[in-house]
Design a protein around this ligand. Structure first.
Ligand code: ADP
Ligand code: MG
Length: 247
């Protein structure tokens, strides 16, 4: 469903053009119906990977596809829902208007947009706030509006960049429940996080990325059956990466 093949990406930073290898030879695939957690410290390359998947930036080498379509194919966007790391919307819009424009832009009929919008506003607990402009929303509320927008066109593949960040425990549970529900519908979910508990609770499989390199991929079941905690595994991978040792 999601396929990433030998993707590398370098950025040049600042006026001196210091080079940052954001991704190095990344290969990863996520099956249909799977919930995949992408775990890594700040600056590891998670958002870069996600931006490549939704065709916001281009890799230097390698390729990515979703549903068998190259991510550069515009058709791909129809099947993909995306929540950015720091959602920013025109803040004079209300949540209801945001979903309206998003749904119409995705090609849904007005009847379908109204239906899905109402369902989603209830799901993300913004129904009562739906007629308020987003600028009156808290960070968590904006995040939840972004989540509803990502799902308005009922995408097969849902890509969420740190969906739990900035949320209180209730908001995190809500996002978690939504992920479980999407999985129940056979959707593929790819989300990044640095919150270990969320990876353990909601994922079928997870990968650890450090300094642009994928260090480990494993089923959460395997981890739980081992004597190790995710925290141990994670810190160990970060340490190995800093020593320059490849596992
Ligand atoms: N547009 C950019 N220009 C320069 N450097 C960038 C840019 N985007 C990301 N980077 C760098 O690439 C690395 C990976 O960033 P990112 O993918 O955002 O990490 P993460 O999402 O895991 O925190 C970091 O070192 C970051 O500073
Ligand atoms: Mg990020």
């Amino acid at each position: 469903m999601i396929q990433i093949e030998s993707v590398s990406k370098m950025f040049k930073e600042g006026f001196r053009g210091r080079k940052v290898q954001a991704l190095q030879d990344l290969a990863l695939s996520v099956a249909q119906g799977e919930v995949f957690g992408f775990l890594g410290p700040n600056g590891a390359g998670k958002s870069t990977t996600i931006k490549i998947l939704i065709n916001l930036i281009f890799p230097d080498t390698g390729q990515a596809s979703i549903n068998g379509l190259d991510v550069r194919d515009k058709e791909t966007r129809r099947h993909v829902g995306y929540l950015p790391e720091n959602p920013y919307f025109y803040d004079y819009l209300t949540a209801e208007e945001l979903l309206w424009f998003g749904g119409r832009a995705a090609g849904l009929s007005s009847r379908l947009v109204r239906e899905r919008s109402e369902t989603l506003l209830h799901k993300v607990d913004l129904y009562n706030a739906r007629k308020r402009p987003l600028r009156t929303y808290s960070k968590g509320m904006v995040q939840r509006a972004g989540l509803a927008l990502a799902l308005i066109h009922d995408p097969q593949v849902v890509i969420l960049d740190e969906p739990m960040s900035g949320l209180d425990p209730i908001g995190r549970k809500m996002v978690g429940d939504l992920i479980v529900e999407l999985k129940g519908e056979g959707k593929t979910v790819f989300f990044s996080s640095h919150i270990l508990a969320d990876i353990e609770r909601f994922c079928d499989r997870y990968g650890i990325i450090v300094s642009g390199r994928l260090r480990r991929v494993e089923r959460v079941e395997e981890l739980l059956a081992s004597q190790l905690t995710l925290e141990q595994v994670f810190l160990d991978e970060v340490e190995k990466a800093s020593e320059g040792v490849m596992s």
